[in-house]
Design a protein around this ligand. Structure first.
Ligand code: NAD
Length: 292
């Protein structure tokens, strides 16, 4: 490290709270070292109360860029100079690029999800998908899928505070893309069965399956699935959720959330360095296995 960091080393940040558990610093620093890029990636404990100052600091210290995570994703946009079309539609930023003093906000979560499908030979473009979830991860996936050319998206959510977010996401998709999006109540099992039956892919983008909801799924039973249905989960801890366990039992091609995590990072890495993240090396080093 002492040899690697010099007076020329440039810095990429991560602004979130809590953040000490994040695997992003290990991922990016390994990729910088592997490719011989003179950059370092550090996590900073920043919440909404210190975010504006942190962004000013980023400008003053000429950081190359930064990742942004909870609780700052939906708040940081107001301090930036420009937002990507996806970040604007999603209403969240997870990646900032410092373009010669202009700070540009992107949302790479959906890009990461779509790229991970491609990496696993899953082609959902021009087809129909059903997504369960209307929170941050779900919205990013739904908007990016629509922007990328998925033909139809059926969104299901429980009637909590996120349901109206899902309704709004459908409106944005239908008004701004050629994709047709429809919102359903997750309690409507008849609609759930029908929409899954006509979908190429079924995605869980809720926190069901990870702590404190580990071992649980919203899927009523395995008769809703069929062997040629693609099944994905945004959760990666545990690597196999109850949802994915059932999908495997039915024989569905399936993918956990590691791919989304890896490729959302790779998208930011490319924006900051101009280089592709060494994906196969990263999978090996981080012990990432996201499907069967
Ligand atoms: P969020 O709080 O924004 O949204 C939570 C979602 O879960 C909402 O749709 C909510 O209605 C739903 N939900 C909560 N409790 C539920 C229940 N009992 N039954 C059914 N639905 C329920 O959270 P988020 O940031 O969107 O994260 C969702 C999941 O995605 C988490 O597990 C998170 O770890 C994962 N995630 C993964 C990545 C990745 O890179 N793989 C990135 C972001 C989030």
């Amino acid at each position: 490290m002492a040899e690697r960091l010099t007076g020329h080393t440039e810095l990429v940040g991560l602004m979130a709270y809590p953040i000490r558990h994040s695997s992003s610093p290990a991922m990016h620093n390994e990729a910088f070292a592997y490719l011989g890029i003179d950059m370092a990636y550090l996590a900073f404990e920043v919440d909404n109360s210190t975010l504006e100052d942190a962004i000013k600091g980023m400008r003053a210290l000429k950081l190359v860029g930064s990742n942004v995570s909870m609780p700052n994703k939906t708040v940081v946009g107001q301090y930036l100079d420009e937002l990507s079309p996806a970040a604007k539609l999603i209403g969240a930023v997870n990646t900032i690029v410092n373009d010669n003093g202009r700070l540009i906000g992107h949302c790479t979560d959906g890009i990461g999800y779509m790229q991970s499908l491609k990496d696993y030979d899953i082609d959902v473009i021009g087809k129909k998908m059903t997504v369960v979830g209307a929170g941050g991860a779900a919205t990013a996936i739904e908007i990016q899928a629509a922007l990328d050319g998925v033909a139809e998206i059926s969104i299901f959510n429980i009637k909590d505070k996120f349901y109206e977010v899902g309704v709004e996401t459908c409106r944005k998709i239908n008004e701004n893309t050629s994709c047709k999006a429809t919102m359903y109540d997750l309690a409507d099992h008849e609609a759930l069965r029908r929409e899954i039956a006509s979908s190429y892919l079924l995605a869980n983008a809720t926190g069901m399956g990870m702590k404190p909801l580990e071992g649980k799924t919203w899927l009523p039973d395995k008769s809703y699935l069929r062997p040629d249905l693609i099944v994905t989960d945004t959760v990666y801890a545990p690597a196999e959720t109850e949802f994915l366990r059932i999908a495997k039992e039915v024989g569905c091609k399936n993918m956990n959330g590691f791919g989304m995590m890896l490729f959302q990072g790779a998208a930011g890495f490319k924006m900051w360095t101009g280089q592709d993240m060494p994906i196969e090396h990263m999978k090996e080093v981080l012990g990432i296995k996201y499907g069967d």
